[in-house]
Design a protein. Structure first.
Length: 151
């Protein structure tokens, strides 16, 4: 999809419930949506300033959405690899619980981008919200959708 195929005035501003209960749930279940608005991107292979070019949404928007398969830090481990070529995404705060429907649960994790290597990285203005589906609120899935923005 190209942004030129979107109608004038189109805005994509989904709520947490819509992102999880419709877009992410349908993606995990192998179902499509009417409009292909969220691309699949190997998110951590790119620095945050390269992400607007990967989005299907207009570049003037300051918020972008992507589906991203989970990248493991270690082949047999559970930790997610969040390092990019020039920095890393660091989790901040507590995971927030999202209950969309009686049987659809998710966790939202907030991450901030740091340029350099841990622990001495320089905090940048990039923020990401990572959404993970769960069977219950104690487990996450292997696929997630993220929204990134620059503050």
């Amino acid at each position: 999809m190209t942004t030129s195929s979107l109608l004038p005035g189109f805005r994509f501003r989904p709520t947490d419930d819509e992102l999880v209960g419709y877009y992410l749930k349908r993606k995990v279940d192998g179902l499509g949506t009417e409009l292909d608005l969220i691309p699949v991107v190997q998110l951590y292979k790119y620095d945050p300033w390269d992400l607007p070019d990967k989005s299907f949404l207009p570049k003037r928007d300051m918020e972008w959405f992507f589906f991203c398969p989970r990248d493991r830090k270690y082949p047999n481990g559970l930790r997610t690899n969040r390092a990019t070529a020039s920095g890393y995404w660091k989790a901040t705060g507590k995971d927030r619980k999202i209950a969309c429907e009686p049987s659809v649960f998710a966790l939202r994790k907030t991450l901030v981008f740091y340029r350099g290597r841990a622990p001495g990285g320089e905090r940048m203005d990039w923020v990401m919200h990572e959404y993970r589906l769960c069977e219950n609120l104690h487990e996450g899935s292997s696929n997630f959708v993220v929204g990134t923005d620059r503050r």
